[in-house]
Design a protein around this ligand. Structure first.
Ligand code: CAA
Length: 287
């Protein structure tokens, strides 16, 4: 990175997290290219941007000039090589499958200039499981945003044993330039800070429902009013995706053998019925 200022950002994965991170960066003045292998996902992402920006202007949250500038800063493309070839920073936000991420990082290592920092927005896969497929492990790191990424201020920067201090510092600075507040994890740990705490709350909430103690609505009301959380654990699972809760739990169970991680009957049933939350129109609530 020596002397390379971050100006151009490539976001790989135009799903909910990817396109909101891309737009956050474009609004902050970075030149952003957002890419996805799936044409339909790309179209949805572009559609989101073309409705979001005028809505923000109409709401008085952005000036027309700011919206125009953000729109001009953001390009969508299906072509990974085109998106990656001049990037100073890549933020990967694709599906949570280790083998897919490893293949992608190997491709990115070939396609990007030598100075490019490669990061993953994975919610739980630590970058040391990926860095070895690249010839630049010192420039590989976790950069974890929260959902909805346009709103949530926190970003977890998780330093792997391979990550250079200079990379970490550059990423902390980029987060601040994006209007975010970074927290640094000096060592890797599964689930980072927030998802470890959130998982404890979610598991307890699901246990209480499975035991028939209270309904999701009642638990959400309790958590919102008593703990001051903006939304309770069930509304939050609907937002982040019950499919993700299921997949992450199952993988963790298979990895550790600890039954505490095994998806509960309620989560398994919702996963099978494709009641994954907002993205499928129904989860614990209807949308
Ligand atoms: N996308 C973009 N912007 C959104 C949004 C979305 N999906 N939902 C709400 N907003 C914006 C609104 O436009 C509004 O903006 P302005 O105030 O600037 O006009 C603002 O957020 C507030 O929205 P609302 O008044 O409609 O609703 P709210 O006050 O209930 O806030 C919320 C909605 C921001 C989602 C809030 O409920 C919240 O903070 N919930 C908790 C979210 C959370 O915990 N996220 C972390 C999830 S864990 C995670 O992400 C980890 C992981 O690895 C998956």
């Amino acid at each position: 990175m020596e002397g390379h200022k971050i100006q151009k950002i490539c976001i790989v994965g135009a799903g909910n997290m990817g396109h909101q991170i891309a737009l956050s960066a474009a609004l902050a003045g970075f030149e952003v290219k957002c890419t996805d292998v799936n044409e339909e996902v790309l179209e949805k992402a572009e559609q989101f941007v073309t409705t979001y920006l005028p809505e923000r202007v109409a709401k008085g949250k952005l000036s027309q000039a700011q919206a125009d500038a953000a729109g001009a800063n953001l390009a969508f493309t299906k072509n990974l090589a085109e998106a990656a070839c001049d990037a100073d920073l890549v933020i990967e936000a694709v599906i949570e499958r280790l083998e897919i991420k490893r293949k992608l990082f190997a491709d990115l290592d070939r396609l990007c200039p030598p100075h490019t920092i490669l990061t993953t927005n994975s919610s739980y896969i630590i970058s040391s499981k990926i860095a070895d497929v690249t010839g630049r492990p010192d420039k590989v790191c976790n950069l974890h945003f929260f959902n909805p990424a346009l709103v949530m201020k926190l970003v977890e920067v998780v330093k792997g044993p391979h990550t250079a201090e200079e990379t970490v510092q550059t990423l902390m600075d980029v987060c601040v330039s994006m209007g975010k507040t970074p927290v640094l994890l000096k060592k890797e740990i599964y689930g980072f800070l927030v998802n470890r705490m959130l998982t404890a709350i979610k598991n307890e909430a699901i246990y209480l429902v499975d035991m028939g103690i209270a309904s999701p609505e009642e638990i959400d009301t309790a958590v919102t009013l008593a703990l001051g959380h903006p939304m309770g654990p069930f509304r939050l699972m609907d937002l982040t995706g019950i499919d993700l809760t299921y997949i992450v739990g199952l993988e963790r169970f298979q990895e550790t053998g600890d039954p505490a991680f095994r998806p509960s009957p309620t989560i398994t049933e919702k996963f099978i019925k494709k009641e994954w939350g907002r993205k499928t129109g129904k989860g614990f609530y209807e949308y």
